[in-house]
Design a protein around this ligand. Structure first.
Ligand SMILES: Cc1ncc(C[n+]2csc(CCO)c2C)c(N)n1
Length: 195
Protein backbone atom coordinates (compact mmCIF):
# COMPACT_ATOMS: atom_id res chain seq x y z
CA UNK A 1 0.00 0.00 0.00
CA UNK A 2 1.31 3.49 -0.78
CA UNK A 3 1.39 6.38 1.61
CA UNK A 4 0.85 4.06 4.56
CA UNK A 5 2.50 6.03 7.39
CA UNK A 6 1.65 3.73 10.26
CA UNK A 7 -0.36 0.69 11.16
CA UNK A 8 -1.35 2.02 14.58
CA UNK A 9 -5.00 2.90 14.95
CA UNK A 10 -4.54 5.00 18.05
CA UNK A 11 -6.35 8.27 17.68
CA UNK A 12 -5.76 11.36 19.76
CA UNK A 13 -6.83 14.92 20.28
CA UNK A 14 -4.86 17.76 21.79
CA UNK A 15 -7.13 20.70 22.70
CA UNK A 16 -7.47 23.87 24.74
CA UNK A 17 -10.60 25.33 26.33
CA UNK A 18 -10.95 29.09 26.41
CA UNK A 19 -13.70 30.21 28.79
CA UNK A 20 -14.20 33.97 28.35
CA UNK A 21 -14.99 34.35 32.03
CA UNK A 22 -13.21 35.26 35.28
CA UNK A 23 -14.32 31.79 36.43
CA UNK A 24 -12.04 30.23 33.79
CA UNK A 25 -9.98 28.08 36.19
CA UNK A 26 -13.06 26.48 37.67
CA UNK A 27 -14.74 26.01 34.27
CA UNK A 28 -11.67 24.31 32.79
CA UNK A 29 -10.92 22.10 35.79
CA UNK A 30 -14.53 21.11 36.52
CA UNK A 31 -15.20 20.25 32.85
CA UNK A 32 -12.09 18.06 32.79
CA UNK A 33 -13.11 16.49 36.08
CA UNK A 34 -16.81 15.92 35.37
CA UNK A 35 -16.22 13.87 32.24
CA UNK A 36 -15.60 10.12 32.43
CA UNK A 37 -12.21 9.67 30.82
CA UNK A 38 -11.58 6.13 32.08
CA UNK A 39 -11.27 4.74 28.54
CA UNK A 40 -8.61 7.19 27.33
CA UNK A 41 -5.07 8.17 28.24
CA UNK A 42 -5.30 11.80 29.37
CA UNK A 43 -2.76 14.44 30.29
CA UNK A 44 -3.34 18.12 31.12
CA UNK A 45 -0.71 20.83 31.41
CA UNK A 46 -0.74 24.63 31.44
CA UNK A 47 -1.34 24.84 27.67
CA UNK A 48 -3.49 21.89 26.53
CA UNK A 49 -5.13 18.60 27.37
CA UNK A 50 -4.31 15.52 25.29
CA UNK A 51 -6.53 12.43 25.11
CA UNK A 52 -5.50 9.26 23.27
CA UNK A 53 -7.13 5.90 22.62
CA UNK A 54 -9.84 4.46 20.41
CA UNK A 55 -11.36 7.05 18.09
CA UNK A 56 -14.86 6.60 19.54
CA UNK A 57 -13.62 7.52 23.03
CA UNK A 58 -11.39 10.38 21.90
CA UNK A 59 -14.43 12.08 20.30
CA UNK A 60 -16.77 11.14 23.16
CA UNK A 61 -14.48 12.72 25.78
CA UNK A 62 -13.58 15.84 23.76
CA UNK A 63 -17.24 16.55 22.94
CA UNK A 64 -18.31 16.00 26.58
CA UNK A 65 -15.64 18.39 27.93
CA UNK A 66 -16.80 21.13 25.57
CA UNK A 67 -20.47 20.51 26.44
CA UNK A 68 -19.79 20.74 30.17
CA UNK A 69 -17.91 24.01 29.74
CA UNK A 70 -20.60 25.46 27.42
CA UNK A 71 -23.52 24.52 29.66
CA UNK A 72 -22.25 27.05 32.23
CA UNK A 73 -23.74 29.64 29.84
CA UNK A 74 -20.40 31.45 29.60
CA UNK A 75 -18.85 32.25 26.25
CA UNK A 76 -16.44 29.31 25.72
CA UNK A 77 -14.30 28.23 22.81
CA UNK A 78 -12.20 25.13 22.21
CA UNK A 79 -9.46 24.66 19.64
CA UNK A 80 -7.67 21.44 18.93
CA UNK A 81 -6.13 18.90 16.61
CA UNK A 82 -7.25 15.31 16.09
CA UNK A 83 -4.73 12.84 14.73
CA UNK A 84 -4.70 9.18 13.73
CA UNK A 85 -2.04 6.92 12.25
CA UNK A 86 0.80 9.16 13.32
CA UNK A 87 4.01 7.15 12.93
CA UNK A 88 5.30 8.76 16.12
CA UNK A 89 2.37 7.55 18.23
CA UNK A 90 2.65 4.23 20.04
CA UNK A 91 0.15 1.88 21.57
CA UNK A 92 2.21 0.98 24.60
CA UNK A 93 0.60 3.33 27.08
CA UNK A 94 -2.89 3.38 25.63
CA UNK A 95 -5.95 1.36 26.56
CA UNK A 96 -6.71 0.02 23.07
CA UNK A 97 -8.43 -3.02 24.57
CA UNK A 98 -11.33 -0.96 25.95
CA UNK A 99 -14.81 -1.83 24.72
CA UNK A 100 -16.45 0.57 22.23
CA UNK A 101 -19.26 1.76 24.53
CA UNK A 102 -18.84 5.57 24.97
CA UNK A 103 -18.85 6.55 28.66
CA UNK A 104 -20.30 10.06 28.26
CA UNK A 105 -22.89 9.60 25.53
CA UNK A 106 -25.94 9.42 27.81
CA UNK A 107 -25.05 12.58 29.75
CA UNK A 108 -23.99 14.47 26.60
CA UNK A 109 -27.35 13.69 24.94
CA UNK A 110 -29.14 15.67 27.66
CA UNK A 111 -27.24 18.91 26.90
CA UNK A 112 -28.66 21.07 24.10
CA UNK A 113 -26.26 23.75 23.04
CA UNK A 114 -25.86 25.70 19.80
CA UNK A 115 -22.39 26.49 18.49
CA UNK A 116 -20.37 27.52 15.49
CA UNK A 117 -17.36 25.47 14.43
CA UNK A 118 -14.70 25.70 11.75
CA UNK A 119 -12.70 22.61 10.82
CA UNK A 120 -10.01 21.54 8.38
CA UNK A 121 -9.12 18.02 7.29
CA UNK A 122 -5.54 17.13 6.45
CA UNK A 123 -5.23 13.71 4.73
CA UNK A 124 -1.44 13.49 4.84
CA UNK A 125 0.68 12.27 1.97
CA UNK A 126 -2.07 11.90 -0.67
CA UNK A 127 -1.90 13.58 -4.05
CA UNK A 128 -5.69 13.62 -4.45
CA UNK A 129 -6.18 15.12 -0.99
CA UNK A 130 -8.55 17.84 -2.28
CA UNK A 131 -11.00 15.16 -3.54
CA UNK A 132 -11.03 13.51 -0.11
CA UNK A 133 -11.74 16.85 1.55
CA UNK A 134 -14.51 17.88 -0.91
CA UNK A 135 -16.22 14.49 -0.48
CA UNK A 136 -16.49 15.10 3.27
CA UNK A 137 -17.66 18.71 2.95
CA UNK A 138 -20.45 17.44 0.67
CA UNK A 139 -21.37 14.70 3.15
CA UNK A 140 -21.46 17.19 6.06
CA UNK A 141 -24.55 18.73 4.45
CA UNK A 142 -26.52 15.60 5.30
CA UNK A 143 -25.35 15.50 8.91
CA UNK A 144 -27.86 17.86 10.53
CA UNK A 145 -25.66 20.96 10.52
CA UNK A 146 -25.51 24.10 8.37
CA UNK A 147 -22.41 24.01 6.20
CA UNK A 148 -20.74 27.07 4.75
CA UNK A 149 -17.46 27.77 3.01
CA UNK A 150 -14.72 29.73 4.68
CA UNK A 151 -11.08 30.41 3.86
CA UNK A 152 -8.90 27.40 4.79
CA UNK A 153 -11.75 25.81 6.78
CA UNK A 154 -15.39 24.70 6.53
CA UNK A 155 -17.92 26.23 8.87
CA UNK A 156 -20.58 24.12 10.63
CA UNK A 157 -23.41 25.63 12.65
CA UNK A 158 -25.90 23.76 14.80
CA UNK A 159 -26.15 21.68 17.95
CA UNK A 160 -22.79 20.80 19.52
CA UNK A 161 -23.57 17.06 19.40
CA UNK A 162 -24.42 17.24 15.68
CA UNK A 163 -21.27 19.27 14.99
CA UNK A 164 -19.02 16.75 16.76
CA UNK A 165 -20.83 13.85 15.06
CA UNK A 166 -20.28 15.52 11.67
CA UNK A 167 -16.55 16.10 12.19
CA UNK A 168 -16.15 12.59 13.65
CA UNK A 169 -17.79 11.05 10.57
CA UNK A 170 -15.65 13.16 8.26
CA UNK A 171 -12.46 12.20 10.13
CA UNK A 172 -13.50 8.52 10.33
CA UNK A 173 -14.21 8.32 6.57
CA UNK A 174 -10.98 10.01 5.53
CA UNK A 175 -8.76 7.91 7.81
CA UNK A 176 -10.21 4.71 6.30
CA UNK A 177 -8.53 5.70 3.03
CA UNK A 178 -5.64 7.82 4.26
CA UNK A 179 -3.76 6.18 7.10
CA UNK A 180 -2.28 9.34 8.60
CA UNK A 181 -4.90 12.05 8.88
CA UNK A 182 -5.19 15.10 11.09
CA UNK A 183 -8.06 17.53 11.60
CA UNK A 184 -8.03 20.92 13.28
CA UNK A 185 -11.11 22.63 14.72
CA UNK A 186 -12.31 25.65 16.66
CA UNK A 187 -15.76 25.62 18.22
CA UNK A 188 -17.44 28.49 20.04
CA UNK A 189 -20.64 28.68 22.09
CA UNK A 190 -22.59 31.47 23.79
CA UNK A 191 -20.72 34.16 21.89
CA UNK A 192 -22.16 37.63 22.56
CA UNK A 193 -21.78 38.23 18.80
CA UNK A 194 -24.89 36.08 18.31
CA UNK A 195 -27.11 37.93 20.81
C1 LIG B 1 -8.66 21.60 28.03
C2 LIG B 1 -7.59 22.49 28.56
N1 LIG B 1 -6.51 21.92 29.12
C3 LIG B 1 -5.53 22.70 29.65
C4 LIG B 1 -5.64 24.05 29.60
C5 LIG B 1 -4.55 24.93 30.19
N2 LIG B 1 -5.03 25.67 31.34
C6 LIG B 1 -5.18 27.00 31.30
S1 LIG B 1 -5.81 27.60 32.76
C7 LIG B 1 -5.91 26.05 33.44
C8 LIG B 1 -6.45 25.82 34.84
C9 LIG B 1 -5.53 26.32 35.90
O1 LIG B 1 -4.36 25.60 35.94
C10 LIG B 1 -5.41 25.10 32.55
C11 LIG B 1 -5.33 23.66 32.89
C12 LIG B 1 -6.80 24.62 29.01
N3 LIG B 1 -7.03 25.95 28.93
N4 LIG B 1 -7.75 23.81 28.49
Amino acid sequence: MTNQCGTSRIAGCQFTLYPMSDQFVDIILSSLDEVDSSKVWKETDDVTTCVRGKMVHVFDVTKAIFLHAAKTGEHVAMSGTFSIGCPGDNEADVYMAETDEPMNLEKSQTINQQAGCKFSLYPLGHEDYMDKIYQQIDLSKARGVRVSASHYMTRLDGDVKDIFNAIEEAFESVQEEVSHTTMTFTISANSPSNK
